[in-house]
Design a protein around this ligand. Structure first.
Ligand code: ZN
Length: 164
């Protein structure tokens, strides 16, 4: 791996950003990568369709912990729609043979430093752990919002009533 990239990864590993548990979280999710022993606990607060706050506690290899730290920096304060797009771009970078554009790299920021992981299939799971955990948390938030809508008597957007 590129030395500069290595340094970015080690910096995040040694000084993880947004470490801890969010005050009054809307959702918490746990991630575990048994292949390597990586563990993460992610908590987040959502406000007006933004990730108002996000924090992670974790242990494991440098790739998994650095990826989690970079993830929190990238998504904190950002709209959920943008966050979902970043998750897709990051996964495409690691899992697909798609040529990344300048816009993709710009959108990924420090996360670009994890592109070299692509050459090490076992490590890809380490790099993706924080992102899959985040996806699970976002799905929980959205599922809950939908259920609250239904409880209020509203139909979820794009869905029609089916009556027997
Ligand atoms: Zn790992």
């Amino acid at each position: 791996m590129d030395d500069l990239y290595k340094e970015i990864i080690l910096d995040h590993y040694r000084h993880p950003r947004n470490r801890g548990v969010v005050d009054d979280p809307d959702v918490a999710a746990r991630g575990h990568n048994p292949l390597c022993g990586d563990q993460l606990e992610l908590s987040l607060r959502v406000q007006d369709n933004l990730i108002a706050d996000v924090k992670v506690i974790g242990k494991g290899c440098s790739i998994s912990q650095a990826s989690a730290s970079m993830m929190t920096e990238r998504v904190k304060g950002r709209p959920i729609s943008e966050v979902r797009a970043v998750i897709s771009t990051f996964k495409e970078m690691l899992l697909e043979d798609r040529e990344m554009s300048d816009e993709d790299y710009e959108s990924l920021g420090d996360l670009e430093s994890l592109e070299g992981v692509k050459g090490y299939p076992v490590r890809i799971k380490c790099a993706l752990l924080a992102w899959n955990t985040l996806l699970e948390a976002l799905d929980m938030v959205e599922r809950r919002a939908r259920n609250e809508d239904l409880a209020d008597g509203h139909l979820p957007e794009g869905e029609e009533a089916v009556r027997g």
